[in-house]
Design a binder for this molecule. Structure first.
Ligand code: ZN
Length: 292
């Protein structure tokens, strides 16, 4: 498996549709390895990572995007962050929900919980980040993202995000696409495309059959022609630094740090995304406290 996944963004020549497709297999595998997810959590977090990759390709420069799903199920909070260069990280609060399959499928909606919210935060370099949230519709992630795009962003969208696991539980394929109707919107063309989307095999099947994201676009749009606007890569990357972790510790305040010091010789702080461990010795902590 490649270290990098591929992503393509296109616009149809008739100007009716914009779309993106991604092979996120390698990112999903890497994030889930770090998060030590069980099977259901791998599928759930993998779908959210795929969604993040697809939306992230619309960012520019130093803009950032965060997706967060918070439901009342055993997984707790799932979070994904990405930037304009296709770098992604993700986390899940309880990676081992150990939920049994339902009707032969991984019970993603049960693991996330049927009640909850999808939060979208975009740091577009403005004074305040853009924040929006919608109620979870099915808790399968694809439907919830489509609902967010169609209501909050008012862009009618079809979303497919999928993760397929091998018999040994590893990620066999992960990927998906978003197709958006551009204004003013052609009702007949949208209905026609929806029929086509319903006939397509799952994205993960097309990826395992060797189709590239650009070839998946052809499968969706043919005979309609389209222009490729961007072809980029997606990969795992966590921008955490020791300095950030120090700031978190400082944020705990003098009293809390001092009581931690009395209890232990060294404290270890783990990044919730990449799981890198940052150790702080007694003297380093004392220096932090002095700096307060
Ligand atoms: Zn990290």
């Amino acid at each position: 498996m490649d270290n990098q996944g591929r992503l393509v963004r296109v616009v149809s020549d008739d100007g009716l549709f914009r779309a993106m497709a991604v092979d996120s297999s390698s990112v999903v595998a890497e994030v889930c390895r770090r998060q030590q997810t069980d099977l259901t959590a791998t599928v759930a977090l993998g779908r959210l990572l795929t969604a993040g990759a697809l939306l992230g390709c619309l960012l520019k420069g130093t803009q950032r995007l965060a997706l967060m799903v918070e439901g009342n199920g055993p997984l707790g909070r799932l979070a994904v962050e990405t930037d304009a260069t296709g770098r992604l990280r993700g986390s899940v609060r309880n990676p081992r929900a150990d939920l049994p399959p339902r009707d032969g499928r991984f019970d993603v909606s049960g693991a996330i919980g049927r009640a909850g919210f999808l939060h979208v935060t975009k740091d577009l370099g403005l004074k305040e980040p853009y924040r929006s949230m919608v109620q979870l519709q099915t808790s399968e992630i694809g439907d919830d993202l489509a609902y967010y795009l169609s209501t909050s962003e008012q862009v009618p969208s079809s979303v497919a995000v999928g993760v397929e696991l091998a018999k040994d539980g590893s990620v066999a394929a992960a990927g998906g696409f978003i197709v958006q109707a551009l204004p003013p919107g052609n009702v007949d063309a949208i209905a026609q495309l929806e029929v086509r989307l319903g006939e397509l095999p799952p994205t993960t099947t097309m990826l395992r059959d060797g189709l590239s994201p650009a070839e998946i676009m052809s499968a969706i749009f043919a005979p309609r022609r389209f222009a490729v606007q961007a072809e980029t890569s997606v990969e795992f990357f966590c921008p955490c630094t020791r300095m950030q972790i120090e700031r978190v510790l400082i944020g705990l305040g003098r009293q809390e740090l001092q009581s931690q010091l009395e209890e232990q010789e060294e404290i270890q702080v783990t990044c919730e995304y990449c799981k890198e461990v940052y150790p702080f010795t007694k003297s380093e902590l004392e220096a932090l406290i002095r700096s307060l």
